[in-house]
Design a protein around this ligand. Structure first.
Ligand SMILES: Cc1cc2nc3c(=O)[nH]c(=O)nc-3n(C[C@H](O)[C@H](O)[C@H](O)COP(=O)(O)OP(=O)(O)OC[C@H]3O[C@@H](n4cnc5c(N)ncnc54)[C@H](O)[C@@H]3O)c2cc1C
Length: 598
């Protein structure tokens, strides 16, 4: 994986060129490589050996405290000490000022080694980065700085039992207590937050919850819709302006842990805010400090959305990668069956390793094309985030990210999960047992189509908003980039694939128009997921063609990349026809189906 990562980062995406920019001027190819080396080593030593342990010894709540394996404490501590929590932050807040693409590449090692043990740090980094963008100077100093230092960890509390995809329906309330608190306008929160990752543990001395809640209007009722949602810092233990713990426990209580299919090493919690389990300041109600302006909570929460969604997609890729490598290794060693020749099978000859069967190679090639293609997609998008922040053409980066973010999140969640399923298949019966790691990779990966916007919600975002916004400007910006690759490829041996890609792009464009030709959202959006699948496969075909053009030489590495690219064009891209057919004719079946007919 490291060779592929380095090739994609430095040969294909030219990440080394970023050091010419003022923000990254103190970096060099050597410092980038050193970051990747450090991450690879910590992931190998502190995370990977304990991935199964974190799964089998899942978090346990004894009614008072949550217990985690010591290995999780040690791994997260090692991560915090590496400085990666503040990797992209300014030097003057203790950061490394790394480009997003290098930060993501470094974090990829942890997702591959143990995605669940890595969860605490990823959440903390996102939480603190959000506070750097939207918090007051004191909120940054007290909360974000201590999170970046690894002294406290953070959470993101959006979902509620009755409100997941539709956050406008959250019911947590915030009542003003003191407008003039130094840590920010102080409120009392009451409500329930469901599915909160890292919501309770004792890895760190405090937990900084970022909580969405509604402030009631003068009539005592919360404003309907997302406009009424505000954002609050709710620390588990109260702190003063000098970031010292006051010793007083805030009114946030763990109601229980969720017991999950996978990702078991990360605690997942139902948290009760303000139920009176604790009484800070002598009364019930969780103390929360407003971040930003009232009513702008969701906007602030989605400030880090690009990075969060690329991060989820990259996590899915790395789980796929782990399964691919495990099944490749197995396939080289497992003797089973003999070659079929015109004269039949020679039962007296030794059995051959299963990698010699064409069907096993098909499964390995599929995995290779999904995970290496997914890695290219995630890194390409992370590189666009750097263009957005420090590049010359920020408008173009924004337009491309707009249409690519739903793909960066959803495509690996679906296809690198499929990759994990194929890894199990390569191992046969052994793959289905807990004696081999591939079943855990599949279980861990199954989350990714659900959280950070479900698959269906990503598809609605893509077809309902992103491809039609500003008269289709973002889609047009993507088409220009794809066309540039086609023009380069058409001059080479890749001309057939270039023509195939041009046809696919035209098909996607045509289906987009036909989906919206009646102007009826319910007609267009009924087939949003097949649309997103076709869109994603077209994007991946484009990236594979672009990567193939960057490959040099005839060694095994180069041949492998070319074979995976050819596989994607031969076996995967043709699938888009069936997906786009239902989109283009606005197939009404799913929309018309009645609940009673099931
Ligand atoms: C392990 C885990 C960790 C999580 N971590 C966190 C966390 O740290 N913080 C946090 O706030 N949340 C977290 N979540 C919550 C997660 O974001 C939600 O589960 C997710 O947003 C979906 O919400 P829901 O579960 O209520 O499902 P629902 O919203 O009820 O969706 C159920 C199904 O209906 C579909 N659906 C819903 N609405 C529509 C629509 N309008 N059109 C078409 N289809 C629709 C969905 O696509 C889905 O398939 C986590 C969840 C899990 C499982």
């Amino acid at each position: 994986m490291r060779q592929t990562l380095d090739f994609l980062l430095f040969d294909w995406l030219k990440a080394g060129d970023l050091t010419a920019r003022e923000r990254f001027a103190e970096h060099s190819a050597e410092t980038f490589a050193a970051v990747l080396d450090t991450c690879e080593k910590i992931a190998r030593d502190k995370f990977a050996p304990f991935n199964r342990l974190a799964d089998t010894q899942e978090p346990h709540f004894d009614g008072e405290r949550v217990h985690l394996p010591q290995a999780t404490h040690d791994a997260t501590r090692a991560y915090a000490e590496s400085g990666m929590l503040a990797a992209a932050q300014d030097y003057d807040v203790g950061g490394m000022q790394l480009p997003c693409v290098i930060e993501m590449a470094g974090n990829a090692f942890f997702s591959k080694a143990s995605v669940a043990m890595g969860g605490y740090a990823m959440l903390t980094s996102g939480n603190a980065s959000l506070l750097m963008a939207h918090g007051t100077p004191l909120q940054r100093e007290v909360f974000a700085r201590n999170e970046f230092a690894g002294r406290w960890f953070g959470t993101m509390c959006l979902s509620e039992p009755q409100a997941g995809s539709s956050l406008s329906d959250i019911a947590t309330r915030a009542e003003l207590e003191d407008e003039a608190d130094a840590l920010g306008p102080r409120y009392r929160l009451t409500g329930h937050k469901m599915w909160i990752s890292g919501g309770e543990h004792e890895i760190t001395e405090n937990i900084v919850h970022l909580v969405l809640a509604k402030i009631p209007g003068p009539d005592g009722k919360p404003t309907p819709g997302t406009k009424g949602i505000s954002l609050f810092i709710v620390p588990k233990w109260l702190v003063n302006e000098r970031a010292e713990l006051t010793g007083e426990r805030n009114d946030v209580a763990l109601a229980g842990l969720n017991h999950k299919l996978g990702y078991r090493g990360t605690t997942n919690c139902l948290l009760n805010f303000g139920e009176g389990r604790f009484t800070p300041g002598g009364r019930k109600g969780a103390i929360g400090y407003l971040v930003g302006k009232p009513g702008e909570g969701l906007r602030a929460m989605f400030h880090m959305m690009n990075e969060a969604r690329i991060g989820v997609g990259l996590g899915a890729v790395m789980l796929g990668y782990a399964g691919y490598e495990a099944s490749l290794d197995y396939a080289k060693q497992r003797p089973q069956g003999r070659p079929m020749t015109a004269a039949g099978k020679d039962a007296a000859s030794p059995q051959r390793p299963i990698i010699e069967h064409a069907d096993v190679r098909r499964m390995l090639l599929a995995q290779k094309s999904y995970v290496e293609g997914g890695l290219a997609l995630a890194l390409f998008c992370a590189r666009l985030v750097d263009e957005l922040h420090t590049g010359d053409d920020r408008a173009q980066a924004q337009a491309l990210l707009d249409v690519l973010i739903p793909i960066a999140k959803s495509w690996p969640s679906e296809w690198c999960l499929e990759s994990n399923s194929l890894a199990i298949q390569v191992l046969g019966g052994y793959g289905y047992t807990r004696d081999f790691p591939v079943e855990q990779y599949w279980r861990d990966n199954r989350l990714n189509m659900i959280h950070e916007g479900t698959h269906g919600i990503q598809a609605l975002d893509l077809l309902g908003r992103k491809v039609v916004q500003q008269g289709g400007a973002s889609l047009a910006a993507l088409a220009v980039r794809v066309q540039q690759t086609i023009e380069r490829a058409i001059q080479t041996d890749w001309a057939p694939q270039a023509n195939q890609l041009a046809a696919a792009l035209a098909q996607v464009g045509g289906a987009t128009k036909k989906a919206w030709s009646t102007g009826q959202p319910e007609e267009a959006l009924a087939n949003a997921v097949p649309y997103m699948q076709a869109f994603g496969h077209t994007v991946l075909a484009w990236l594979w063609l672009d990567v193939a053009l960057a490959v040099q030489g005839d060694g095994d590495f180069a041949q492998g990349k070319r074979a995976a690219a050819r596989y994607f064009f031969a076996y995967e891209l043709p699938k888009i026809g069936a997906w786009l057919d239902v989109v283009a004719r606005r197939e009404p079946l799913c929309r018309d189906m009645q609940a009673e007919w099931f």
